[in-house]
Design a protein around this ligand. Structure first.
Ligand SMILES: C[S@@+](CC[C@H](N)C(=O)[O-])C[C@H]1O[C@@H](n2cnc3c(N)ncnc32)[C@H](O)[C@@H]1O
Length: 290
């Protein structure tokens, strides 16, 4: 415990908000506050300029915050940023307030301090927010959770591969909803460790979680799900497609990137289906032609 935490305040055009939020999550933000012109601003809190929004990201240490600042500066040259150190005693309330539980289909996904409020008739997944992406409340995650729930409802015992598993949320959800073999991979070793902890804590220790390359993962899977960014999904298409036995779900794609990602997978023989959209984020669904 350092006694302090870091805030990175970012002013940037509203059109870049979603992508910048995603980058901040990936860069290790423990919580994120979004101030746009849709919601009322609290008294004494600075409001965004017209056409802009303000993102306030919370980080545990200065090194991670500085690395995030540098990454954001490169990706979004027009962003204006300010790093500040805050006293730790505000920390728990400051970031916990921004982690929300979600209910998607048969699932409830949320942090431990909200678990007691989970409805008894829901399948409960408790994810402690740490240094991995996937607490459930990001649109890209909930778009996938909904489709995983739908697929598992009609394909009990199906095998599932989750590429870019983060906290393991989608893999664990699939297992809890009745999947057979479930494999999750991530190229970030910290995420793999946290996903393993989450699988243990949620009573699904048999989910196979690792940092394996897809070429080293054996077998094909009824359902493959990948919530990663558009450029990575395009890069990984030749490795993901051979793993798909029946259905592929992908998220992490902004509406304007959809056609490019879709083309990469159609070119490799998958058949697109109507997907879903939440805000600027889309989910792309495919199946393998019989
Ligand atoms: C947006 S998060 C998704 C986490 C979780 N599946 C969810 O839906 O909330 C993307 C994850 O993909 C991982 N990732 C990024 N590039 C990857 C790659 N080339 N191979 C495997 N994992 C990757 C990141 O480390 C991160 O944990």
């Amino acid at each position: 415990m350092t006694g302090t935490y870091q805030t990175l305040t970012v002013d940037l055009p509203e059109t870049e908000s979603e992508a910048a939020q995603d980058l901040l999550h990936e860069a290790g933000a423990m919580g994120l506050e979004v101030r746009d012109r849709e919601g009322p601003t609290m008294p004494g809190v600075r409001a965004p300029a017209v056409g802009e929004c303000i993102l306030v990201a919370y980080f545990e240490d200065a090194q991670t915050a500085e690395a995030a600042r540098a990454e954001l500066a490169e990706a979004f040259p027009s962003a204006r940023m300010q790093l500040a150190e805050e006293q730790q005693q505000d920390w728990s309330n400051a970031w916990k307030a921004h982690i929300k539980s979600v209910q998607v289909g048969r699932l409830w996904v949320g942090p431990p301090w909200e678990a007691q409020n989970a409805p008894a008739d829901k399948v409960r997944l408790v994810i402690e927010p740490k240094m991995a992406f996937g607490t459930g409340d990001h649109p890209t995650t909930s778009l996938c959770l909904g489709a995983v729930d739908d697929y598992m409802a009609t394909h009990p015992g199906a095998s599932v591969l989750d590429v870019g598993t983060g906290t393991g949320v989608l893999a664990i959800a699939a297992k809890k909803l009745g999947a057979g073999r479930v494999v999750g991979t991530d190229n970030d070793p910290v995420s793999v460790e946290l996903a393993k902890e989450n699988a243990q804590d949620n009573g699904t220790p048999d989910v196979e979680l690792s940092g394996k390359e897809l070429t080293a993962v054996e077998g094909t899977f009824d359902l493959v799900v990948a919530n990663i960014l558009a450029n990575t999904l395009i890069e990984l298409a030749p490795l993901i497609v051979p793993k798909v036995k029946d259905k592929l779900l992908m998220a992490g794609v902004l509406a304007h990137q959809k056609a490019e990602v879709e083309a990469a997978y159609v070119n490799l023989g998958l058949v697109p289906e109507p997907g879903a959209q939440q805000g600027e984020w889309v989910r792309l669904d495919f199946h393998r032609a019989k």
